[in-house]
Design a protein around this ligand. Structure first.
Ligand SMILES: Nc1nc2c(c(=O)[nH]1)N[C@H]1C(S)=C(S)[C@@H](COP(=O)(O)OP(=O)(O)OC[C@H]3O[C@@H](n4cnc5c(=O)[nH]c(N)nc54)[C@H](O)[C@@H]3O)O[C@H]1N2
Ligand SMILES: Nc1nc2c(c(=O)[nH]1)N[C@H]1C(S)=C(S)[C@@H](COP(=O)(O)OP(=O)(O)OC[C@H]3O[C@@H](n4cnc5c(=O)[nH]c(N)nc54)[C@H](O)[C@@H]3O)O[C@H]1N2
Ligand code: SF4
Ligand SMILES: [Mo]
Length: 714
């Protein structure tokens, strides 16, 4: 008998673009995936990753049952055994050494799951440890710090109003491959082409001629790590030429004269040689930004994972303020998600970092998080407060964190480790217990994080496509179990006890659905548009909530209720930038890159995404290859302070002279993993080379771009 076929709609959970997918479901399989043409936000767009939705479900390597490590090998056990092992492993360590002896690492997919949005905060509370390390500190932490100082809240992040802008200056972002970040914009490339089609322009600043750069009206090569100089050169010009004018924002802005004072030290002539961009062009950018009817400056990984990440992220917003483009249509604007309630009046407690510091290196907490760049220090350094046990949730720091060779060794020395993760990979191979959640087709989806960063306000909820695997466990239940263990209720307690408590706190006792659905419903009802989960269920293609609207002053949470343009920590950091002007230029430096068919470290086990030619190559400019006698397709040895590896050379003028590029997320040849497809073409782990000692001091974010390296033929 032929199996029945149906159509299901759901949001893709794989990246920040939040595309609507149309799934063809035959029996218990997703047999085809297309972009949902009726989706209010993505209008049918899909990328090759989204097209593989459902393939992870079938991956024979994906873990379906918990695993316990015995004599160095992982074996399947029951859930009851697994949670009992977690309790037995963690309790004596906590009793003997205290709560701080347990560290947590939260990885990127936490912002792509409902469990991450709803259960991680209570989990951290129950664990009571300050040793919370996150993937945010190899990513966007500088943006949070900059926005915290400017607007009073780390989560008050303005996104480029792509659909209405006349001029976009993009630094360190490659949405043609990444599909965008800190700006949820399904079909980001299409939205960029639309700027050009309506007579506008976009300019890309990047040490590589990326696919995005190729499509741009102009591409400027820049020396890695020097965007703060370029932006200060622009800000200097705005003041020098009388172009600085915040317009409507003037009464809500404090500190403009202080910025003027700081910028005085950075005339285009002074910074040009450092960033390798001509003074005339720097002035030109300032004039174009000021003259465009509307304009937006947008920066991403290349502006965050660098030495002056916070300063650069701050200057992005300062430029938007000074050109009158913050909070106006066509500039950069603050989204308003349906599950959030805006405050009625400006003002608040403000923002601070460093309420506590990491034990070994004294790095400040930000948003209650510590830099993963110092996790190995905390594990390896003896003394009171030493980390002896680790819980990872949705993270693979052995491939994603700086100096990961050292971190890998440190994880091997832990007394106990637990991972909530669907794969036995480079990180989880160290875990004594692995707790794999149900896969994406079996869970509901709502983007708590990315709907607050969307370039147009919209909302959508995706119910599970398939019923849960009866022997599997939803991630909310897994985290609920861990919360109950951490709070002393015991491994055998039913997770419904914990769900009930959260539902009571949210005032959602009388609603229907899974606990996550009921918590979402409560948030939507209290939220900005008074929606309910039923409203979203009735709209499988999403609910459009209109273009972004101005939100200043209400959105401001600084004690003054104003935009604090020049907070003291940024003044001090500017002094450091100034002294860096005199530094000798490093020799070769390493930067990263992304490919459309990758997803950080964890989708290389999907055959459709790894086929084709080797992508994990070391890109080198022809002039450097000549000088170093490197040949295309041959291995070279790359060495940094942190480590050394051998990579295949790809000679290309896509990178600027003096810059080499290696993608991250590869290196799948470590023993003890279960990644059949990925280990056939393992690639090399670029984070063997990145340096855990290099961080952006204000945010603790790792420096992943601009790493000094030496290269010779292998
Ligand atoms: N050199 C260099 N390094 C980088 C970067 C760079 O540009 N250059 N980029 C950085 C950035 S931006 C990021 S965000 C980090 C990412 O750093 P991480 O978050 O540490 O790494 P990922 O590769 O995203 O690994 C995600 C893990 O989550 C698991 N997972 C997938 N889905 C789920 C789920 O639904 N639930 C659970 N519990 N687990 C799941 C996967 O199996 C995998 O183990 O890497 C950073 N590292
Ligand atoms: N296909 C795919 N998509 C992804 C991911 C993935 O791994 N694969 N990861 C997701 C995640 S977690 C994130 S955070 C986003 C990131 O989204 P993006 O930031 O758009 O990601 P990248 O493609 O790494 O683009 C960063 C660009 O910065 C450039 N760059 C490096 N150093 C500098 C510098 O000093 N200055 C300037 N101006 N540019 C510099 C690099 O050459 C690169 O082109 O992508 C997300 N989307
Ligand atoms: S762009 Fe991102 S959200 Fe859209 S289909 Fe691709 S992976 Fe999924
Ligand atoms: Mo990221």
């Amino acid at each position: 008998m032929a199996e029945s076929t149906r159509t299901a709609y759901r949001t893709c959970p794989l990246c920040e673009a939040a595309c609507g997918l149309e799934l063809t479901v035959t029996g218990d399989r997703v047999t085809a995936v297309r972009g949902d043409r009726d989706h209010v936000f993505s209008h049918g767009f899909i990328c090759p990753k989204g097209a593989t939705f459902g393939r992870l479900t079938e991956d024979p390597d994906r873990l379906r049952r918990p695993m316990i490590k015995k004599d160095g090998r992982h074996e399947e056990v029951s859930w009851a055994q697994a949670f009992a092992a977690v309790e037995t492993g963690l309790r004596p360590i906590a009793e003997r050494y205290g709560a701080q002896s347990l560290a947590v690492y939260l990885g990127n997919p936490n912002v792509h799951t409902m469990a991450g949005g709803l259960y991680v905060t209570p989990l951290l509370k129950a664990l009571g440890t300050r040793n919370v390390f996150t993937a945010s500190t190899v990513d966007q932490m500088p943006k949070h710090v900059a926005c915290g100082h400017l607007y009073g809240s780390a989560l008050t992040i303005a996104v480029p109003d792509l659909d209405r802008t006349d001029y976009l200056l993009m630094l360190g972002a490659n949405p043609w491959e990444s599909n965008g970040s800190l700006a949820t914009a399904a079909d980001f490339p299409g939205r960029l082409k639309a700027i050009q089609a309506r007579g506008g322009k976009f300019v890309v600043v990047d040490p590589r001629r990326t696919r995005t750069a190729e499509q741009a009206d102009e591409h400027l090569f820049i020396r890695p790590g020097t965007d703060a100089f370029l932006l200060f050169g622009i800000v200097h010009t705005l003041f020098a030429e009388g172009l600085a004018d915040p317009g409507r924002l003037t009464p809500y802005t404090q500190g403009i004269d202080d910025v003027r004072g700081l910028a005085a030290a950075f005339p285009p002539e002074a910074v040009a040689a450092t960033c390798d961009i001509a003074p005339e062009r720097i002035r030109g950018l300032a004039r174009e930004l000021a003259a465009a009817p509307t304009a937006a400056v947008y920066g991403r990984i290349g502006t965050c994972a660098v030495e002056f990440g916070t300063l650069t992220s701050w200057l992005v917003d300062v430029t938007n303020v000074l050109t009158g483009n913050l909070d106006r249509p066509g500039g950069v604007m603050f989204p308003l998600a349906a599950h959030l309630r805006p405050q009625a009046r400006p003002g608040g407690k403000g923002f601070r970092t460093g309420r506590w510091h990491s034990r070994v290196r004294g790095l400040p907490e930000v948003k209650g998080e510590l830099p993963v760049a110092t996790l190995a220090d905390e594990i390896e350094t003896p003394g009171e407060g030493q980390v002896r046990a680790l819980l990872t949730v949705a993270g693979n720091p052995v491939l994603s964190a700086p100096n990961s060779g050292r971190l890998d060794r440190a994880l091997g020395g832990l007394e106990f480790m637990v991972s909530v993760d669907p794969y036995l990979n480079e990180t989880t191979r160290h875990a004594d217990v692995i707790l794999p959640p149900l896969d994406a087709t079996q869970k509901g989806h709502y983007d708590f994080s990315f709907l607050a960063l969307a370039v147009r306000n919209f909302a959508s909820y995706s119910p599970p496509v398939f019923p849960p695997d009866p022997g599997g466990m939803d991630e909310c239940d897994i985290l609920a179990h861990l919360i109950l263990i951490a709070s002393g209720h015991g491994a055998a307690t039913d997770p419904s006890v914990l769900h009930a408590e959260l539902l009571r706190k949210a005032g959602a006792e009388n609603s229907a659905g899974t606990p996550a659905e009921r918590l979402l419903d409560a948030a939507l009802r209290a939220g900005a548009y008074g929606l309910s989960l039923d409203d979203l269920r009735a709209a499988p293609h999403g609910v459009d909530l209109g273009p972004l609207r101005p939100r200043i002053p209400q959105v401001l949470r600084t004690p003054s209720g104003l935009i604090e343009l020049c907070a003291p920590p940024l003044v001090a950091e500017t002094a450091r930038l100034r002294s860096a002007l005199d530094r000798p230029r490093p020799g070769l430096v390493l930067i990263g890159r992304r490919h459309l068919r990758s997803n950080n470290s964890w989708m290389h086990n999907v055959p459709a995404l790894v086929k084709g030619r080797d992508r994990c190559t070391l890109q080198v400019h022809p002039s450097d290859a000549d000088r170093l006698t490197l040949s295309d397709g041959h291995p070279a040895t790359v060495t940094s302070r942190a480590g050394s590896l051998s990579a295949l050379v790809e000679i290309t003028d896509r990178v600027m002279p003096g810059v080499v590029s290696l993608p991250h997320g590869w290196g799948h040849d470590l023993p003890g993993t279960r990644l059949t497809v990925a280990s056939e073409r393992p690639g090399v782990n670029s984070n063997i080379l990145t340096d855990d000692l290099l961080v952006d001091p204000l945010s603790g974010n790792a420096v992943l771009n601009g790493i000094p390296v030496e290269i010779k033929p292998a």
